[in-house]
Ligand binder design. Structure first.
Ligand code: 5GP
Length: 195
Protein backbone atom coordinates (compact mmCIF):
# COMPACT_ATOMS: atom_id res chain seq x y z
CA UNK A 1 0.00 0.00 0.00
CA UNK A 2 1.88 2.98 -1.35
CA UNK A 3 0.27 5.59 0.93
CA UNK A 4 1.42 3.64 3.98
CA UNK A 5 4.92 3.05 2.67
CA UNK A 6 5.31 6.76 1.87
CA UNK A 7 4.18 7.60 5.38
CA UNK A 8 6.64 5.15 6.96
CA UNK A 9 9.47 6.73 4.94
CA UNK A 10 8.35 10.23 5.92
CA UNK A 11 7.49 9.77 9.60
CA UNK A 12 8.87 6.41 10.75
CA UNK A 13 11.99 6.19 12.91
CA UNK A 14 14.29 3.20 12.98
CA UNK A 15 15.48 2.42 16.50
CA UNK A 16 18.24 0.06 17.61
CA UNK A 17 17.02 -3.48 18.33
CA UNK A 18 14.99 -3.81 15.10
CA UNK A 19 12.22 -1.51 16.29
CA UNK A 20 10.41 0.74 13.85
CA UNK A 21 8.72 3.63 15.64
CA UNK A 22 5.58 4.87 13.97
CA UNK A 23 4.01 6.54 16.94
CA UNK A 24 3.19 9.80 15.17
CA UNK A 25 0.55 8.11 12.98
CA UNK A 26 -0.08 4.49 14.10
CA UNK A 27 0.88 3.57 17.66
CA UNK A 28 0.37 6.64 19.81
CA UNK A 29 -1.04 9.54 17.81
CA UNK A 30 -3.35 7.93 15.24
CA UNK A 31 -4.03 9.26 11.74
CA UNK A 32 -7.65 8.24 11.23
CA UNK A 33 -7.69 9.18 7.54
CA UNK A 34 -4.83 6.74 7.04
CA UNK A 35 -6.65 4.15 9.19
CA UNK A 36 -9.67 4.54 6.90
CA UNK A 37 -7.54 3.79 3.86
CA UNK A 38 -6.11 0.78 5.71
CA UNK A 39 -9.67 -0.39 6.46
CA UNK A 40 -10.69 -0.05 2.81
CA UNK A 41 -7.61 -1.97 1.69
CA UNK A 42 -8.23 -4.88 4.07
CA UNK A 43 -11.86 -4.97 2.92
CA UNK A 44 -10.69 -5.15 -0.70
CA UNK A 45 -8.15 -7.89 0.07
CA UNK A 46 -10.55 -10.02 2.12
CA UNK A 47 -13.75 -9.17 0.21
CA UNK A 48 -14.43 -12.84 -0.56
CA UNK A 49 -14.50 -13.89 3.10
CA UNK A 50 -17.62 -13.99 5.20
CA UNK A 51 -16.12 -12.57 8.39
CA UNK A 52 -18.19 -12.55 11.59
CA UNK A 53 -15.65 -11.08 13.99
CA UNK A 54 -12.39 -9.16 14.09
CA UNK A 55 -9.88 -10.17 16.74
CA UNK A 56 -6.91 -8.11 17.86
CA UNK A 57 -4.77 -7.65 20.97
CA UNK A 58 -4.48 -4.70 23.29
CA UNK A 59 -3.31 -2.08 23.09
CA UNK A 60 -2.07 -0.87 19.75
CA UNK A 61 -4.19 -3.19 17.61
CA UNK A 62 -7.48 -1.86 18.93
CA UNK A 63 -7.69 1.46 17.09
CA UNK A 64 -6.86 -0.09 13.74
CA UNK A 65 -9.21 -3.04 14.27
CA UNK A 66 -12.12 -0.70 15.09
CA UNK A 67 -11.74 1.28 11.88
CA UNK A 68 -11.27 -1.91 9.84
CA UNK A 69 -14.42 -3.37 11.43
CA UNK A 70 -16.52 -0.54 10.04
CA UNK A 71 -15.82 -1.90 6.56
CA UNK A 72 -16.81 -5.45 7.55
CA UNK A 73 -19.76 -4.46 9.77
CA UNK A 74 -18.76 -6.90 12.48
CA UNK A 75 -17.78 -6.54 16.18
CA UNK A 76 -14.20 -6.25 17.36
CA UNK A 77 -12.93 -8.42 20.21
CA UNK A 78 -9.57 -7.58 21.70
CA UNK A 79 -7.55 -10.11 23.64
CA UNK A 80 -6.70 -8.75 27.08
CA UNK A 81 -3.43 -9.00 28.90
CA UNK A 82 -4.36 -10.51 32.25
CA UNK A 83 -2.89 -11.53 35.58
CA UNK A 84 -2.81 -15.35 35.76
CA UNK A 85 -4.59 -15.05 39.06
CA UNK A 86 -7.71 -13.72 37.32
CA UNK A 87 -7.95 -16.54 34.81
CA UNK A 88 -10.99 -18.73 35.35
CA UNK A 89 -13.05 -21.18 33.31
CA UNK A 90 -14.97 -18.38 31.64
CA UNK A 91 -12.11 -17.41 29.36
CA UNK A 92 -9.84 -18.83 26.69
CA UNK A 93 -6.24 -18.10 27.61
CA UNK A 94 -2.80 -18.32 26.08
CA UNK A 95 0.68 -16.91 26.65
CA UNK A 96 2.30 -14.29 24.45
CA UNK A 97 5.82 -12.98 24.61
CA UNK A 98 5.94 -9.29 23.79
CA UNK A 99 8.55 -8.31 21.22
CA UNK A 100 8.74 -4.70 22.37
CA UNK A 101 8.58 -5.30 26.14
CA UNK A 102 10.45 -8.64 26.31
CA UNK A 103 7.84 -9.93 28.76
CA UNK A 104 5.46 -12.87 28.69
CA UNK A 105 1.79 -12.11 29.22
CA UNK A 106 -1.24 -14.25 29.87
CA UNK A 107 -3.76 -13.19 27.29
CA UNK A 108 -7.47 -13.93 27.52
CA UNK A 109 -10.74 -13.68 25.63
CA UNK A 110 -14.08 -14.28 27.29
CA UNK A 111 -15.86 -17.42 26.08
CA UNK A 112 -18.92 -15.23 25.55
CA UNK A 113 -17.30 -13.35 22.68
CA UNK A 114 -15.76 -16.10 20.57
CA UNK A 115 -17.57 -19.28 19.61
CA UNK A 116 -17.37 -22.16 17.17
CA UNK A 117 -19.45 -20.44 14.49
CA UNK A 118 -17.16 -17.44 14.29
CA UNK A 119 -15.13 -16.79 11.14
CA UNK A 120 -12.38 -14.58 12.39
CA UNK A 121 -10.20 -11.96 10.75
CA UNK A 122 -7.18 -11.19 12.95
CA UNK A 123 -5.84 -7.63 12.68
CA UNK A 124 -2.65 -6.25 14.22
CA UNK A 125 -0.28 -3.35 13.73
CA UNK A 126 3.04 -5.22 13.46
CA UNK A 127 4.30 -8.69 12.68
CA UNK A 128 7.80 -9.42 13.99
CA UNK A 129 8.54 -12.89 15.39
CA UNK A 130 4.92 -13.95 15.24
CA UNK A 131 4.32 -14.60 18.97
CA UNK A 132 1.31 -12.31 19.13
CA UNK A 133 -0.33 -13.95 16.11
CA UNK A 134 0.42 -17.51 17.23
CA UNK A 135 -1.25 -16.66 20.56
CA UNK A 136 -4.29 -15.11 18.88
CA UNK A 137 -4.62 -18.12 16.56
CA UNK A 138 -4.46 -20.37 19.63
CA UNK A 139 -7.38 -18.48 21.21
CA UNK A 140 -9.49 -18.86 18.04
CA UNK A 141 -8.68 -22.58 17.84
CA UNK A 142 -9.59 -23.01 21.54
CA UNK A 143 -13.00 -21.55 20.76
CA UNK A 144 -13.48 -23.99 17.86
CA UNK A 145 -13.77 -20.99 15.51
CA UNK A 146 -11.86 -20.53 12.25
CA UNK A 147 -9.11 -18.10 11.33
CA UNK A 148 -10.17 -16.91 7.88
CA UNK A 149 -7.35 -14.45 7.42
CA UNK A 150 -4.82 -12.17 9.06
CA UNK A 151 -4.29 -8.52 8.18
CA UNK A 152 -1.10 -6.82 9.31
CA UNK A 153 -0.26 -3.17 8.78
CA UNK A 154 3.55 -3.49 8.91
CA UNK A 155 5.39 -6.80 8.62
CA UNK A 156 9.11 -6.88 9.34
CA UNK A 157 10.06 -9.38 6.65
CA UNK A 158 13.52 -9.95 8.06
CA UNK A 159 12.03 -11.52 11.21
CA UNK A 160 10.53 -14.98 11.25
CA UNK A 161 6.82 -14.32 11.94
CA UNK A 162 5.65 -14.03 8.33
CA UNK A 163 7.20 -17.34 7.37
CA UNK A 164 5.79 -19.11 10.45
CA UNK A 165 2.25 -17.91 9.72
CA UNK A 166 2.39 -18.58 5.97
CA UNK A 167 3.72 -22.08 6.65
CA UNK A 168 0.65 -22.70 8.79
CA UNK A 169 -1.34 -22.22 5.59
CA UNK A 170 -3.14 -19.15 6.87
CA UNK A 171 -3.93 -16.33 4.49
CA UNK A 172 -1.79 -13.40 5.60
CA UNK A 173 -1.90 -9.97 3.99
CA UNK A 174 0.59 -7.31 5.09
CA UNK A 175 0.13 -3.79 3.73
CA UNK A 176 3.85 -3.00 3.93
CA UNK A 177 6.66 -5.51 4.29
CA UNK A 178 9.94 -4.06 5.49
CA UNK A 179 12.80 -5.97 3.90
CA UNK A 180 15.53 -4.21 5.85
CA UNK A 181 16.06 -1.16 8.00
CA UNK A 182 19.06 0.61 9.41
CA UNK A 183 19.11 2.41 12.75
CA UNK A 184 22.30 4.30 11.86
CA UNK A 185 21.16 6.09 8.72
CA UNK A 186 17.40 5.63 9.26
CA UNK A 187 16.76 3.91 5.92
CA UNK A 188 13.83 1.57 5.41
CA UNK A 189 13.65 -0.73 2.37
CA UNK A 190 10.38 -2.44 1.42
CA UNK A 191 9.90 -5.81 -0.18
CA UNK A 192 8.99 -5.40 -3.86
CA UNK A 193 5.87 -7.55 -3.93
CA UNK A 194 4.28 -5.86 -0.91
CA UNK A 195 1.31 -3.60 -1.54
P1 5GP B 1 5.64 -10.43 17.44
O1 5GP B 1 4.76 -11.08 18.44
O2 5GP B 1 5.24 -10.71 16.01
O3 5GP B 1 7.11 -10.66 17.67
O4 5GP B 1 5.47 -8.86 17.66
C1 5GP B 1 4.23 -8.26 17.38
C2 5GP B 1 3.87 -7.20 18.38
O5 5GP B 1 5.03 -6.51 18.86
C3 5GP B 1 2.98 -6.18 17.73
O6 5GP B 1 1.68 -6.34 18.25
C4 5GP B 1 3.58 -4.84 18.09
O7 5GP B 1 2.80 -4.24 19.09
C5 5GP B 1 4.95 -5.12 18.62
N1 5GP B 1 6.05 -4.80 17.67
C6 5GP B 1 6.89 -5.70 17.08
N2 5GP B 1 7.82 -5.08 16.36
C7 5GP B 1 7.57 -3.76 16.46
C8 5GP B 1 8.21 -2.60 15.90
O8 5GP B 1 9.22 -2.64 15.17
N3 5GP B 1 7.66 -1.40 16.23
C9 5GP B 1 6.58 -1.29 17.01
N4 5GP B 1 6.11 -0.06 17.24
N5 5GP B 1 5.95 -2.37 17.57
C10 5GP B 1 6.44 -3.58 17.28
Amino acid sequence: MQLLKDRIIKDGNVKPGNVLKVDSFLNHQMDIELFNEIGKEFKRLFADLNITKILTIEASGIGIACIVAQYFNVPVVFAKKAQSINIDGEVYSTKIESFTHKKTYDVIVSKRFLNKDDRVLIIDDFLANGCALVGLIDLVVSAGASVEGIGIVIEKGFQSGGEIIREMGIRLESLAIVESMNAEDGTVVFREDAR
